[in-house]
Design a protein around this ligand. Structure first.
Ligand SMILES: Nc1ncnc2c1ncn2[C@@H]1O[C@H](COP(=O)(O)OP(=O)(O)O)[C@@H](O)[C@H]1O
Ligand SMILES: [Mg+2]
Length: 355
């Protein structure tokens, strides 16, 4: 049960994954809040929280480090800013001159803010930092609003393969050999490639290219190693993945992919939370409703029509939920309106009905 998981002192990291809009951020905040209520010093790493939830957690555009949530003892919140996290790492791992060269480089700027998977990668990096600080009883990670939930698991490998890729190899080789061989390259006729690079890097940077590339190499080499280490940590006892889904076909299918992937990678899957299930209905079957309609007033008749519709939808929902193959399930009912304050997060019953 999710409640037992978060109160277990050996649980150190909980990651909420799932398709976009299913309630990852809400669930992560609710889990963190309820762990803090039990006295565990907890930090929730949120990503793109809805505005009102961000307000409730006291998050603003400067909350890139854990800070205490005023109304809740033991609860700390922060949000991820990938460019800033990237910059911090460059600053921490390169000397001042090199760092400046990298930070001002247009290629770096576009890499740090738009490269697909960067945000997932940064979440992994930040998680590594939070773990290393040894300050937290529990770290709850909300994963980025990915195109696919799988991006989060793929990020370290993808960043690695990007860095191992042609462009980086091309850039790194001359730097390692002790100089940038741009004229030779132009002469050998790879002009299109060279002009692409100069477009990406900007003409001016070509003069600093050796410094840039070797700095990039040293810094990103460290990146890859740390991403791998964090990835390995996530497999260790103490980590738990929770897959969040809503009872609709596509999110459930995406949850299935994620469950398979976690299992095949040996990642610890704690369970699935099915969020936004429709509320329970009066125990009147469709045939009973139809029977009642025969002698009902027009108002009752249309109320019963609605009830029949709801029963059908609920039946479909249940059928979908039953297809999920996962070790534990928790259902969270669809609340009236959005869940955007502390009371709303507390009202989510994490010890509630499971399957
Ligand atoms: N059980 C629920 N009942 C009602 N609204 C919900 C519920 N879970 C999430 N929401 C709302 O749905 C929206 C998306 O939730 P969010 O947690 O931001 O999703 P995600 O992080 O997966 O993109 C938010 O406005 C949130 O308040
Ligand atoms: Mg979110």
């Amino acid at each position: 049960m999710i409640k037992d998981l978060l109160s277990d002192p050996t649980t150190r990291v909980i990651l909420c994954c799932g398709a976009g809009g299913v309630g990852k951020t809400t669930t992560a905040a609710a889990i963190a809040l309820q762990a803090a209520d039990q006295g565990r010093k907890t930090v929730v790493l949120t990503i793109d929280p809805a505005r009102r939830l961000a307000q409730a957690l006291g998050l603003n555009e400067l909350s890139f480090e854990p800070h205490a949530v005023k109304a809740v003892p033991n609860l700390y919140a922060m949000q991820l800013d990938m460019k800033r996290t990237f910059d911090e790492i460059v600053l921490a791992h390169a000397d001042a001159d090199r760092a400046r060269t990298i930070l001002e480089n247009p290629f770096y700027i576009s890499l740090s803010s738009s490269f697909a998977g960067t945000q997932e990668y940064m979440a992994m990096e930040k998680l590594g930092q939070l773990l290393a600080s040894q300050e937290w009883d529990l770290i709850v990670v909300d994963t980025p609003p990915s195109r696919s939930a799988l991006d989060f698991l793929d990020a370290p490998a993808r960043l690695g393969s990007f860095l191992d890729g042609r462009l980086i190899k091309f850039l790194t080789t001359p730097a390692k050999a002790g100089g940038w061989a741009i004229t030779r390259i132009l002469n050998t006729g790879i002009q299109l490639f060279a002009s692409t690079i100069s477009k990406i890097l900007g003409g001016q940077i070509l003069t600093d290219i050796s410094a840039f590339v070797s700095a990039l190499d040293s810094v990103f080499g460290g990146f890859r190693k740390r991403a791998d280490e964090t990835y390995q940590l996530l497999k260790a006892p103490g980590s738990a993945f929770i897959v969040v889904a809503v009872p609709e076909r596509d999110p459930i299918r995406e949850a299935e992919f994620f469950i398979d992937r976690l299992n095949s990678e040996g990642m610890p899957l704690a369970g699935v939370i099915v969020n936004r299930v429709s509320p329970s209905l009066a125990p009147i079957t469709i045939s009973e409703s139809k029977e009642l309609q025969k002698s009902a007033s027009p108002e009752l008749n249309s109320a019963l029509d609605l009830h029949i519709e709801n029963v059908r939808a609920k039946t479909n929902e249940e059928r979908l939920i039953k297809t999920i193959k996962a070790p534990a399930l928790l259902r969270i009912e669809d609340a009236d309106g959005e869940i955007s304050d502390i009371a709303g997060l507390r009202s989510i019953d994490l010890a509630g009905k499971s399957l």
